[in-house]
Structures are given as C-alpha cells and as structure tokens.
Ligand binder design. Structure first.
Ligand SMILES: NC(=O)c1ccc[n+]([C@@H]2O[C@H](COP(=O)([O-])OP(=O)(O)OC[C@H]3O[C@@H](n4cnc5c(N)ncnc54)[C@H](OP(=O)(O)O)[C@@H]3O)[C@@H](O)[C@H]2O)c1
Length: 224
C-alpha cells in the first residue's frame, strides 16, 4: 500500500492567526481564497478536521464549484471528498449537520473516551475508528485512510490538528490575508506544544501568487 500524499491548506492573518481568540466562524479569505480552497478540496480523497474546526464549521467540507464537481464526476469519484473528524472528547452540540450528511463518506477517529461519549445518532452512517492513545495520532489515521484507498489527504486544520500531522504534511498551501487579529490565545497555523529552536521543521517556498491583497503561498517540506 502506497503512503497517502498529505497536504494542508489554511488561510491566516498577517500575524499568523487562523481565527479570532473566541474561535467564531469568520471567513478570513476572499472569494479567490474560497475558490483555491475548493480546488484543493476537489483534488482530495479526504478532508481532515479537528473537533475544534467542526464545532465552528458545523457542516461537512464540500466542493462548491459546479465545474469542479463535474471534473470529479469525469474522474469517476464522488462529488465531495470523504470527511474525517479527529476528536478526543467526542463532545459536540446536538444536531450538528456534519453528523447527518449521509451523502458524504465520513470517518470519526477517536479514543475510548470519545467513543463512549458519541451517541448513535452521531456515529450512524460514519465509520468510527478507536485509536490507541499510547501511540502517535497521525500514523494511525494515515494508515487507516490508506487502507481505505485514500491517496490524497487534505488537512484543513485547525492549528492543534496541524501540529499533530506536521511531520507528515508534504505541502503547505497558505493564504496570507490582509488582517491583523491579535490575541495570544487565538489559534495559529500550527499550535501544539511547539518545537525547540534548532528543531523547527524546514520548508521550501515553491510558489507565490498575489491576487489583490492576498498572497497564495505553497511550501514543500524539506526532508529532515
Ligand atoms: N483559517 C483557516 O484556514 C482555518 C482552518 C481550520 C480551522 N480554522 C479555525 O480554527 C479554529 C479551530 O482550531 P483549533 O486549533 O482550536 O482546533 P482543531 O485543530 O480544529 O481541533 C482540535 C481538536 O482536535 C482533536 N484532537 C487533536 N489532537 C488529538 C489527538 N491526539 N487525539 C484525539 N483528538 C485530537 C481534539 O478534539 P476534541 O476537542 O473534540 O476532543 C482537539 O480539541 C476554529 O476557530 C476554526 O474556525 C481556521
């Protein structure tokens, strides 16, 4: 089995935040950014979100542009990529539309605590995978998705999830947007405990595109 190709796409403010300190739903990017997100989703077999992102977004990740949905149909794949949720707590408000989106293949990766908390209405129609908490998250998730034939895995965030997958992400697509958000507790492109200086992950800038006030950046991971 080939290893899946893992790429990330996020929009961030000039000060590196991906949302406000209160994590309210807010689209940082312009229409061009939303189109870029759609293009990257259209290439994906599966889009991966952390629980924090789902609590804000509520709905599953879909491809919105009709032309991209048609291209997927021509390739013989489903209109929308599969969606994977990563949750430890399994604690979500009632009736989040994500849990009833039966037209989309869905995976819920959780740990025993989350599996106990998620109820039947939330897990019905999805494949639930209970992870081994003693082992790192990303390789378990990627191995399972690989077994399910997912070759292109798109990590959309948030910052906590990017940290978990950082060593496996081969390409970072980042939209630099013309906002300053501030807020020491606001989520950033990558959170988690962080690396010591000298242990940072290295990147190579592969592409820069300016559209209006936004920069579309693509970085590739340097081998460690
Ligand atoms: N600008 C952008 O492009 C962009 C993209 C994505 C998200 N966002 C924003 O970012 C914010 C969310 O980011 P965030 O960093 O707070 O949250 P997040 O990364 O979306 O989710 C974090 C959650 O993922 C689960 N998780 C993480 N590591 C885990 C592990 N090892 N095992 C099991 N579960 C694990 C936990 O879920 P539970 O809490 O369920 O246990 C954890 O609380 C939202 O405001 C969202 O709108 C912005």
């Amino acid at each position: 089995m080939d290893k899946p190709f893992v790429y990330a796409n996020l929009a961030m403010t000039l000060d590196g935040k991906i949302a406000s300190f209160d994590r309210e739903d807010f689209s940082l990017g312009s229409r061009s950014d939303r189109l870029e997100m759609d293009r990257l989703r259209a290439r994906a077999d599966v889009v991966v979100w952390g629980g924090g992102t789902l609590r804000t977004a509520r709905h599953p990740a879909r491809v919105r542009e009709e032309s991209l949905v048609r291209e997927r149909a021509e390739r013989g794949v489903a209109p929308h990529p599969a969606n994977a949720l990563i949750t430890k707590s399994g604690a979500f408000p009632d009736k989040l539309p994500w849990f009833s989106a039966d037209e989309i293949e869905r995976f819920i990766f959780t740990v025993p605590e989350g599996a106990r908390r998620l109820d039947e209405t939330q897990t019905a129609g999805a494949e639930m995978i209970v992870l081994n908490e003693a082992e790192p998250l990303a390789p378990q998730v990627l191995a399972h998705l690989g077994e399910r034939g997912m070759k292109n895995v798109l990590i959309e965030g948030g910052g906590a999830l990017v940290w978990e997958f950082a060593r496996y992400i081969e390409a970072f697509h980042v939209t630099l947007t013309p906002w300053l958000a501030g807020g020491a507790s606001a989520p950033t492109l990558m959170d988690g405990p962080g690396f010591r200086s000298g242990e940072f992950l290295g990147l190579t800038l592969v592409e820069v595109r300016q559209v209006g006030d936004e920069l579309f950046l693509r970085y590739a991971r340097k081998p460690e």
